[in-house]
Design a protein around this ligand. Structure first.
Ligand SMILES: O=C(O)C(=O)C[C@]1(C(=O)O)C=C[C@@H](O)C=C1
Length: 288
């Protein structure tokens, strides 16, 4: 078709009509989210990371045509964050010390362009901000084995006000994220199963246990372990804590946690705490 001013004009008219239809639907969606908000308790965080994961997975699965999927999911991240912010205050504390803005960028990509974000110099400060209520959510680094004093240790607590791991970033993993660091999100949000989830389980023990025995014990009780980190004891009285990433949804009253404790009970006097979980991220392209 020749690119005459007339056809260009009529094509742009179609674009305007489509934009109006999209805009109308966004405004209509806001009305439905308002009804959802009315069903939620106003003193709890409105965000539901499990539901968000399900929405993005469903759209990614039905997507067709030339429009790039990373941009499509990015638009939905912006929308969902807007709909979350519509329901109440939402602010983030991000571990972003001077010169290290990787987690800042991950947080912006996921939690939207306009969400208030505060950089903090230590992961523990971000979690403290959630505990104290000055932030809704903390973005902290993915655990590393070499960390002698890992931040996740402070989630090992019986205090019901302790926040939990609720998400993993990036959720939509693209080529751009190859070799980039990962992050975890920590907040006061009840986990919801999405059909493809991970659980983070911390095991404090008084004695020595090899990785292979730990792995085998998790497998025996039906908890599929995919990664381990150990916080070594600094003194003889100091307990060792293992953090285990399990590829399944685990609820706080899951009988597998009891069976795990029973199996380790004999010689290790374990204390076991579910310190959170997250929906398995989706990969677009490959991250090798
Ligand atoms: O389903 C909800 O609970 C909503 O609040 C709606 C919605 C959405 O925009 O779809 C918004 C925020 C939540 O994190 C999840 C989903």
């Amino acid at each position: 078709m020749p690119d005459t001013p007339q056809t260009l004009e009529s094509l742009r008219r179609q674009i305007d009509e489509i934009d109006d239809a999209i805009h109308d639907l966004i405004m209509r969606r806001a009305g439905v989210v308002g009804d959802i908000a009315a069903t939620k308790s106003s003193d709890r965080v409105a965000m539901r990371p499990g539901r968000e994961a399900t929405i993005l997975r469903r759209l990614a699965a039905r997507h067709e045509g030339a429009f790039p999927l990373p941009e499509l999911t990015r638009i939905w991240r912006e929308l969902i964050t807007g709909f979350t912010r519509m329901q109440g205050p939402f602010a983030i504390a991000v571990y972003a010390p001077e010169g290290h803005d990787d987690l800042w960028d991950l947080a912006r990509d996921h939690y939207g362009s306009h969400t208030p974000m505060t950089p903090v110099a230590a992961p523990i400060q971000a979690i403290r901000a959630v505990h104290e209520g000055t932030a809704t959510l903390a973005v902290v680094p993915w655990p590393v084995e070499a960390d002698g004093d890992p931040w996740w240790r402070i989630l090992f607590s019986d205090d019901p006000r302790t926040p939990r791991i609720v998400g993993s970033l990036p959720f939509v993993v693209t080529e751009r994220h190859r070799d980039e660091p990962l992050a975890l999100a920590v907040a006061h949000i009840e986990p919801e199963p999405t059909g493809d989830d991970h659980a983070m389980i911390a095991v404090e023990v008084t004695g020595d246990i090899s990785r292979s025995r730990l792995k085998q014990t998790f497998e025996t009780v039906g908890l599929p372990p995919v990664a381990f980190w150990t916080r070594q004891a600094r003194t003889a009285e100091d307990p060792v804590i293992h953090l285990v990433d399990v590829a399944d949804f685990v609820a706080i009253d899951d009988s597998r946690l009891l069976r795990l404790a029973e199996r380790l009970q004999e010689d290790l006097a374990p204390r076991i705490r579910l310190i959170g979980g997250f929906a398995t991220p989706i990969a677009i392209g490959r991250r090798s």
